[in-house]
Design a protein around this ligand. Structure first.
Ligand SMILES: Cc1ncc(COP(=O)(O)O)c(C=O)c1O
Length: 385
């Protein structure tokens, strides 16, 4: 990487921050735009938040920017504070009955599993977790892993696009197509995907897609979106019923989907309003190239660590998320390894137990350097020496 991108970020000096995947840092110019929005709000709170003045127009601009970027109509997506909120709205809008099954994988995000677990318990439905064959090396195998669990009780297919514990890029398109043929509702948890992989939301063909802008797209925290297929938009229930619900005279181009999700009581929408600035920052700095360099660094580092541990990666490179790799470690107390990396090496990264394996998940962002990687490799080598 030629530009020193570390200068663009506010991260504490001296900390080796390798966890953009959980909570990313947003670049200074984007953060400045965010603070400018907040300042405008405080200068004229009523003018800013009155839905009959500029608010609706302002809120529409990020939808337009995301629609363009992710190849869909801006009418098909609404802002949500985060992926969790979007997934909760979806989960609560689909009535579940006794015996219904929600088909998912054994790589899903724990908080999202909680959302569905909470609802299936009430309804007498159940979650079926398909075990994804590891290492993930074939689309066909992934397809079979899931489709072999589909039956007449399967009501919903819930899939991460990029998995949290294993940082895998699931090949979801064919499985979505198969679910659609069988009348199964598809819900895609794309929390990590925006800004990390190319997204073509219409072509993907899901019923619902939820993404975060505050991870790899570089927006401030609290900016996500919920995309819904047009056939679902009228049936989707917002979690909060407020002024935007049941509007009698709707303005041109407004729908109940947009109104009821965009207006949900007093909120600071500054993070959402900053999304176009984040997209612009990425364009200005040729972010595709930056991402490729980060990805290369992540892959090289994982190979170096794999030589130390003697353990193979969880997938072939094509199914590995760009810029993020989950690396299996030799059996150890994961808490001790986490403490060692954080307290003795000043390295912030997730270390956890996943299905009896100790996993260290590496994120490589624009602000990371070769020396960050060398520091990690040396630290891991010393720990297992
Ligand atoms: C796969 C996945 N889904 C959902 C989420 C939740 O995102 P948020 O906390 O922004 O709602 C995360 C967070 O990292 C995630 O990795």
């Amino acid at each position: 990487m030629t530009t020193n991108f570390a200068e663009y970020f506010l991260l504490k000096k001296g900390l080796t921050f390798l966890n953009h995947g959980s909570f990313g840092s947003c670049p200074k110019p984007v953060f400045q735009t965010y603070q400018n929005w907040q300042l405008r709000l405080e200068e004229q709170p009523v003018a800013f938040l009155d839905q009959h003045r500029d608010l609706i127009d302002n809120l529409s601009k990020p939808r337009q920017a995301l629609g363009e970027l992710f190849k869909t109509s801006p009418q098909n997506l609404v802002r949500v504070t985060n992926a969790t909120t979007g997934l909760n709205a979806i989960a609560r809008s689909i009535p579940l009955a006794d015996g219904d099954e929600i088909l998912t994988t054994d790589h899903e995000y724990a908080a999202v599993e909680n959302t569905w677990e909470f609802l299936v318990r009430k309804a007498g439905a159940k979650i079926v977790r398909a075990q994804v064959t590891l290492p993930l090396v074939s689309k066909e195998q992934f397809f079979d892993d899931l489709v072999s669990h589909m039956n007449e009780r399967t009501k919903i297919l819930l899939l991460s696009h990029i998995t949290s514990p294993t940082a895998l890029h699931f090949p979801i398109k064919q499985v979505i197509d198969e679910a659609r043929k069988r009348g199964i509702i598809t819900v895609i948890d794309g929390a990590h995907a925006p800004g990390l992989i190319k997204l073509d939301l219409d072509a993907l063909g899901a019923d619902f897609y939820v993404g975060n802008c505050h991870k790899w797209l570089l927006a401030p925290k609290g900016a996500g979106f919920l995309w819904a297929h047009p056939s679902w938009q009228q049936k989707l229930e917002p979690l909060v019923i407020s002024h935007g619900w049941g509007v009698k005279e709707r303005k041109k181009d407004r729908t109940s989907f947009l109104d009821s999700f965009e207006i949900q009581g007093t909120q600071d929408p500054s993070a959402w309003l900053t999304v176009p600035a984040a997209i612009e920052f990425r364009k200005t700095h040729n972010w595709d190239q930056v991402s490729r360099a980060c990805n290369l660094l992540a892959q090289e580092t994982a190979q170096r660590i794999s030589k130390i541990t003697g353990l193979a990666p969880l997938s072939s490179p094509e199914f590995c998320a760009p810029q993020m790799i989950a690396m299996p470690m030799p059996k150890t107390d994961y808490r001790a390894l986490k403490d060692y990396l954080l307290n003795e090496c000043n390295i912030e990264m997730p270390v956890f137990d996943w299905q009896g394996r100790t996993i260290v998940r590496l994120s490589v962002a624009a602000y990371n350097s070769q020396s960050d990687m060398d520091h990690l490799v040396k630290s891991v080598a010393e720990y297992f020496a």
